[in-house]
Design a protein around this ligand. Structure first.
Ligand code: KE4
Length: 420
C-alpha cells in the first residue's frame, strides 16, 4: 500500500510535535514503520490520507463500541452543537448522564465527570488518600492507569511498548508511595498488606488488564482484592476506563460480580469525545470539593458536546443489551483458533494475540513475547487492510459495526501469515 502522504505528514509532524504524534503509542515505535495519518472513519473502517482503507480493530483504543460515526452519537452531537460548545455551568444533560451511569453501575452512588481517564484515576487516587489519610498505593506491573505521576511505575501500554521501566520527571518521593505487584498474585498482595496494611490508601487495578495486552483476572483474584481492602480499610479502585461498558454494560464489576469502592471510566463513556468519570461510595465521594476537602476541578468538565455523545452512547447500549451477545459471538469467531506459537487472550470484545506459547497471565509472562515477530505480523495485516494496535502490549477491540465478512477477512489474512 502506498503511504507517500503519511510519510510526508510524519516528517512535517516530527518537526513540531514530539515524535510526530500526540500520544506515544501512535508512533509505531513498537512495530516500526510510518504511522498512517487517518482522514476519516466509517462503520468498521478507517481511511488514510493515501486513500487506503482498513478494517479497524483499534477503534480509537476502545471508545468506539458502535464503530465510526454511529448515527445515535452523530445526531446527538449535531443537535447539541446548535446550542453551543461550553458554558462552564451545570447542565441538565450532566445530571441525566450521571443518573444513567449510576443506574448501570450501582457501585457508583455518586460520580464526577472529567475529561480523560488520566484525570479520572488521578482524582480517584487523591480522593482515596484524602478519605483514608494514608499515602501508599498498590498497583500491578503492566497495568496502565494514564500518565499519573505516582502510577508511572512499571506501567503498561506506551511505557511497555517503549520499554520505559519508569519515566523521567517523577520525583522519587512520588514513586516511593507506589507498590507495584505482579498481577494475579494474591500472595504478593497479602504480603504487601501484611507489611504496610495500615498505610495503604488504595489498590488500583484494571479488573481485566488491557495495557500489557488483554490479561483476564485469575479465578478468585478480584474477590481476594475486595476482601483484603475491606479488611485493611483500603479503597478498592477498579480502573474500568477500558472495560467499562465493554466487557459488559455494567463493566467488569458486573461481569465478575465485584463491588469496588471507586470506579474510573473513560473511552466508551464519551462515545469518542473527551469524557471520563470517577465515582463510587457516597461516603467517599462526599469528600470531593465543594462538599468536602479534596479538591478537583476542570474548565471543560462535563462539557455539553462530550456529554451529549456519552449520553447517546449510553442510552443506545441500555436500549440494546443484545449488542453484548453479538460482540461476544463475533469476538469468538475472531479468536477461536490457535495460531502456532501464539496465545490468544480474550474477554468479551477485547483481545490480544500474544506472540508467545503462553500462558500469559501477568507482565512477566507477557514480556516474554517475540515482539519482532509481532511487528512482522502487524505489517502483514496492515498491508492487507487490517488495522491492529501497533504494539504487542495493547488490546484490540471489536465494535458492533464489524461484520461477519470483516471477521472472516481478518482471520484469513492472519492464517496467511502463520501458514508461511
Ligand atoms: P486517557 O488519559 O488516555 O484517556 O486514559 C488513561 C487510561 C486509564 N486507564 C486505562 C485502563 C487505560 O487503558 C487508559 C488509556 N489507555 C491507552 C491504551 N492502552 C490509551 C492510548 C494512548 O495512550 O494513546
Amino acid at each position: 500500500m502506498k503511504s507517500w502522504k503519511s510519510d510526508a505528514l510524519f516528517r512535517r509532524a516530527r518537526a513540531v510535535i514530539p515524535g510526530g504524534v500526540n500520544s506515544p503509542v501512535r508512533a509505531f515505535r513498537g512495530v516500526g514503520g510510518v504511522p498512517r495519518f487517518i482522514e476519516r472513519g466509517e462503520g468498521s473502517r478507517i481511511f488514510d490520507v493515501d486513500g487506503n482503507s482498513y478494517i479497524d480493530y483499534v477503534n480509537s483504543w476502545g471508545p468506539l463500541l458502535l464503530g465510526h460515526c454511529p448515527a445515535p452519537v452523530m445526531d446527538a452531537l449535531r443537535e447539541a452543537l446548535e446550542s453551543g460548545t461550553s458554558f462552564g455551568a451545570p447542565t441538565e444533560r450532566e445530571v441525566e448522564f450521571a443518573e444513567l451511569v449510576s443506574e448501570v453501575m450501582p457501585s457508583m452512588e455518586m460520580l464526577r465527570l472529567v475529561n480523560s481517564g488520566t484525570e479520572a484515576t488521578m482524582s480517584a487516587l487523591r480522593l482515596a488518600r484524602g478519605f483514608t489519610g494514608r499515602d501508599l498505593i498498590i498497583k500491578f506491573e503492566g497495568c496502565y492507569h494514564g500518565h499519573v505521576d505516582s502510577l508511572l511505575v512499571k506501567a503498561g501500554s506506551g511505557m511497555a511498548t517503549l520499554g520505559i521501566a519508569d519515566t523521567a520527571g517523577v520525583p522519587r518521593a512520588f514513586a516511593e508511595t507506589t507498590i507495584a505487584l505482579p498481577f494475579n498474585s494474591i500472595e504478593a498482595v497479602e504480603k504487601a498488606f501484611a507489611a504496610h496494611g495500615d498505610r495503604v490508601a488504595a489498590v488500583i487495578v484494571e479488573p481485566v488488564v488491557g495495557n500489557m495486552g488483554c490479561v483476564p483476572p485469575a479465578l478468585g483474584f478480584l474477590q481476594a482484592l475486595r476482601k483484603l481492602c475491606s479488611w485493611h480499610g483500603a479503597v478498592l479502585i477498579f480502573d474500568e476506563v477500558m472495560t467499562g461498558f465493554r466487557v459488559a454494560l455494567g463493566g467488569a464489576q458486573q461481569r465478575f460480580g465485584i463491588h469496588p469502592d471507586l470506579t474510573t471510566l473513560g473511552k466508551i463513556a464519551g462515545g469518542g469525545l473527551p469524557l471520563a468519570v470517577y465515582g463510587g461510595r457516597r461516603d467517599i465521594m462526599r469528600k470531593i470539593a465543594p462538599s468536602g476537602p479534596v479538591y478537583q476541578a476542570g474548565t471543560l468538565s462535563g462539557n455539553p458536546l462530550a456529554v451529549a455523545a456519552g449520553l447517546a452512547m449510553l442510552r443506545y447500549l441500555m436500549a440494546h443489551p443484545e449488542v453484548y451477545e453479538q460482540l461476544e459471538a463475533r469476538a469468538c469467531q475472531l479468536t477461536a483458533w490457535t495460531p502456532p506459537g501464539v496465545t490468544i487472550n480474550r474477554v468479551g470484545a477485547m483481545f490480544t494475540f500474544f506472540f508467545s506459547p503462553g500462558p500469559v497471565t501477568d507482565w512477566d509472562s507477557a514480556k516474554q513475547c517475540d515482539t519482532a515477530r509481532f511487528g512482522r505480523f502487524f505489517h502483514h495485516m496492515l498491508e492487507r487492510g487490517v488495522y491492529l494496535a501497533p504494539s504487542q502490549f495493547e488490546a484490540a477491540f471489536l465494535s458492533t459495526a464489524h461484520t461477519e465478512e470483516d471477521i472472516r477477512y481478518a482471520v484469513e489474512a492472519a492464517r496467511e501469515f502463520f501458514a508461511v
